[in-house]
Design a protein around this ligand. Structure first.
Ligand SMILES: [Zn+2]
Length: 158
C-alpha cells in the first residue's frame, strides 16, 4: 500500500506493485505511474489523505471549504487537457477514462476537481484541446501571473 497504516487497509488503496510516484522530467516534476494496464471505465484505486482547510500544493478539492492533502498518491497526478483518469471526490475513486497501457503516467484535468489552483501554470500537454494556460474551473485567467517569457514558451510548444 502506498498509504501508511493510519488510513486503514482498504483493499482498493494503491499497491506498490501497481503504482509509484516517480520523477518524470524537469518541467513536470514527479508524477504517478501505473505499472499495469487498466481498461476504460475500470476503477484504478481509492484515494486517502488528510483533510485540510486550505489549498496547498498536492491538495485536491473535496468541497469549497475542504481539501484532501495526499502526499502519497493522488497529490502527484499530473495535469493533461486530455486526461486518462477521472477523479470522483465524493467517493474518492480514480477511474480510467480510456484504456491505459502498463507503465503509463496518470493524467487528470486539474479543472475537474479544483475551483482555484494553488498556482496557475502554462501547459504543454500536447493535446489538440490543450488550453495552454491552466486555471481552476472557477477562476479567471490571472494576467498578472503570466510572465511574457512563459507565454512565448507556451506558444512555442503549441
Ligand atoms: Zn494542456
Amino acid at each position: 500500500m502506498l498509504y501508511p497504516d493510519q488510513f486503514g487497509k482498504d483493499p482498493l488503496f494503491p499497491k506498490h506493485s501497481e503504482f509509484a510516484v516517480v520523477f518524470k522530467d524537469e518541467l513536470a516534476g514527479r508524477g504517478v505511474i501505473a505499472y499495469r494496464a487498466f481498461k476504460k471505465g475500470e476503477v484504478l484505486a481509492k484515494m486517502a489523505g488528510h483533510v485540510v482547510n486550505e489549498i496547498r500544493q498536492h491538495t485536491l478539492q473535496l468541497s469549497p471549504e475542504t481539501h484532501l492533502f495526499d502526499p502519497y498518491f493522488s497529490g502527484y497526478f499530473l495535469h493533461s487537457c486530455s486526461p486518462n483518469i477521472s477523479l470522483n471526490m465524493a467517493d474518492l475513486t480514480v477511474t480510467a477514462l480510456e484504456d491505459i497501457p502498463a507503465n503509463s503516467f496518470l493524467y487528470m484535468d486539474y479543472a475537474e476537481t479544483e475551483d482555484v489552483l494553488f498556482k496557475q501554470f502554462p501547459c504543454s500537454c500536447g493535446a489538440t484541446s490543450c488550453r495552454g494556460w491552466i486555471t481552476g474551473r472557477k477562476e479567471m485567467l490571472n494576467a498578472e501571473l503570466i510572465h511574457p517569457e512563459l507565454l512565448n514558451i507556451n506558444q512555442g510548444l503549441r
